[in-house]
Design a protein around this ligand. Sequence first.
Ligand SMILES: [Zn+2]
Length: 319
Amino acid sequence: MADNIIGIDIGGTNLRGALVDSEGNILKRAKISSEADQGIDKLIENLTSFIADISKGEKVANIGIGIPGIIDSKTGIITQAPNIMNVDNYPLRSVLNEKLGSDLNLVIENDANSAAVGEWWMGAAKDVNSMIMVTLGTGVGGGIVLDGKLWTGADGMAGEIGHITIYPEGALCNCGNYGCLESYASATAIRRMVHEGLEDKHLNTVLRETTENTHIEDIPRIVMEAATSGDKFSLSIWKEVGTALGIGIADLVNLLNIEMVVIGGGVSNAWDLFINTTIGEAKKRAFRAPMQRAKIKKGLLKDDAGILGSVYLALHNNS
Ligand SMILES: [Zn+2]
C-alpha cells in the first residue's frame, strides 16, 4: 500500500494541513497559527514542527504545500508572497529539504492552483478533464487544469485569473493595474464598493451601521445578509460582482473551451445573489457553443480543496 501524503495550506493567519491517503481520503487534520507576520524564520519554525506533528508515527515521503503568492513551482522558489511574508525569491523547498531531509519529495504550488487541482481530483470537477477554478477570497485566485494536468505556464506562474482586465478605466488593483477582476469580485473589492457607496450621505442602506471596523473577511457575509433582507445598495454590489465575474468567465470560455468553471472561496457563499447575473453576462459575451458546454459550478471542498490539490500534486510530481 502506498504511503500517506501530507497536504498543507499556508495562510497569513493559519497553517492548515492533513494526512491523506493516496485515494484522497483525509485521515487526520491539524491547524495552528502561522505567525507569518513575525517573519519568515518564525514561519519556517512553525511549519517544520507542524509537519513533524502531522507525520508522527507515519512514514511520509511526499508533502504538498499551497501558498498564496507567485511561486516558481518547478524550482520551489517563492518569487513573491506579499500577503504572508515580505521575502522575494525565497527558496522554500531547499530550506525545508535541509531541515526535514533531502530525500523528502516536496511540491510547492500557488494555493489557488492547488485548490483547482483539489476540486478536479475530489470535488465539483471530478468527472471532467479540463476546468478552471476561480477562488473569490480576499483577492481572486485562479487555476487551470487542461487535459487532466495543471497548466502552470513557462515559469510556473500561470492562472492569475484575478488579474485579467475587466474594465480598462476601472478601480485600482493591488497589482498596480486598473480594473482587474480582483478589483470587482473579491472581499477587498466589496469593501471598496461599500466605502465608496457610503460616501454618499443620502444613500439609504443598513450597511451604514454594520460595516464600521469590520474585518475584511466578514464583509462579504454582512453584505450578503443585507442583500438577502432586501437592502438595495447591497443587492447592487452583488450585481456588480456578478457582472465582472461573468465578463471574466466569457473570456475564459472563449479562450479555452473548458468543460467546467468552478467558483469557490468565501465570497462564493453569496452564490444565489450573483450567479444568475454572472451566467447571463457570460452568455451575452461568449460564443454560444462553448458557453453551453461549460458548466458553472460551486466548489464542493471549501478549505479542503487546497490541501487535497497539494496532496495530488505531491503524488504526481515527476520533476
Ligand atoms: Zn490586478
